[in-house]
Design a protein around this ligand. Structure first.
Ligand SMILES: NC(=O)c1ccc[n+]([C@@H]2O[C@H](COP(=O)([O-])OP(=O)(O)OC[C@H]3O[C@@H](n4cnc5c(N)ncnc54)[C@H](O)[C@@H]3O)[C@@H](O)[C@H]2O)c1
Length: 262
């Protein structure tokens, strides 16, 4: 791959205040991109933007609630007005909650489907308007291994993440004539993220083991014998955002150490 495969590209990244979205934002900046850091958590987005500026790249921090269509529309317009184009969209904003099926509150179901699925749809819808005009673009959706195989206690989350895979395939077909690639990444467990700080506690109660044993149980399911890292994801995301992936669209790529193969 060339030295800076994303040189001069503009990336709109949701969920970039923390975890995977933040990791992708920083890595894309190192690869030459300028970043719109969008998140519900404005303080976190500002911190990511500050780090990007210290790398010598441009960054804009925007408070964005991906479930609010008007908010998405204005954030996308603001980024386009500021940078003059949007080359890459990464949908990483997401939430999770583990519940046995009879204990899933309707409000939790709605919130997870809203943020993880509808939010991805709304961001694609608005950004694609500009990408269609410019006849180019790269869209990367963060699904999950739970988007390929239903996860224990994850009815709402798995449903949303399967939805993201269907959305990816469908939109890839819509946007192919405009040279816009749409792909999804399906990571395994990324233990370094705030999402797993929450899951440790929830799974500990459900499995009846101390929180520190939870990760061991989950790692034992992985043929390559370790959790997924943010770096594993950013390596793939750079490929999907670059011209190297120009012939790939509609794919949902497993990054699970061999745990999921379909
Ligand atoms: N952590 C894992 O093990 C793992 C595995 C597979 C997939 N994923 C997926 O990766 C993505 C990122 O997860 P993460 O692990 O980095 O979690 P995280 O909690 O660190 O990051 C999620 C980010 O989304 C933001 N967010 C939440 N609701 C939002 C909303 N309505 N509008 C805008 N931003 C919102 C949060 O503020 C946070 O910064 C999620 O879609 C998640 O489902 C995570």
């Amino acid at each position: 791959m060339e030295t800076q495969p994303l040189k001069g590209k503009i990336a709109f990244i949701t969920g970039s205040a923390s975890g995977i979205g933040q990791g992708i934002a920083l890595r894309f900046a190192k690869e030459g991109a300028h970043i719109a850091c969008c998140d519900l958590n404005l303080e976190g987005a500002e911190k990511t933007a500050q780090e990007i500026k210290s790398l010598g790249q441009q960054a804009l921090a925007i408070q964005l609630d991906v479930v609010k269509s008007k908010n998405v529309e204005s954030a996308v317009r603001q980024v386009h007005d500021h940078f003059g184009k949007i080359d890459i969209l990464v949908n990483s904003a997401g939430i999770i909650k583990a519940n046995f099926i009879t204990d899933v509150p309707e409000s939790i179901w709605d919130a997870i489907i809203d943020v993880d699925l509808k939010g991805t749809f709304l961001c694609i819808k608005e950004v694609a308007k500009y990408m269609v005009e410019q006849k180019s673009g790269k869209i990367i959706n963060i699904s999950s291994k739970s988007g390929k195989k239903g996860g224990l206690w994850l009815a709402a989350y798995s449903s949303a993440k399967f939805g993201v895979v269907g959305l990816t395939q469908s939109v890839a077909t819509d946007l192919a004539p405009f040279h816009i690639n749409v792909n999804a990444i399906c990571p395994g467990n990324v233990f370094s993220t705030p999402m797993w700080d929450l899951l440790d506690k929830e799974y500990s109660v459900k499995l009846g083991v101390p929180p520190e044993q939870v990760r061991k149980i989950y790692v034992e399911k992985v043929p390559l014998g370790r959790g997924c890292t943010v770096e594993d994801i950013t390596n793939l995301a750079v490929f999907l955002a670059s011209t190297q992936s120009d012939y790939m669209t509609g794919q949902a790529i497993n990054l699970t150490g061999g745990q999921e193969v379909h």
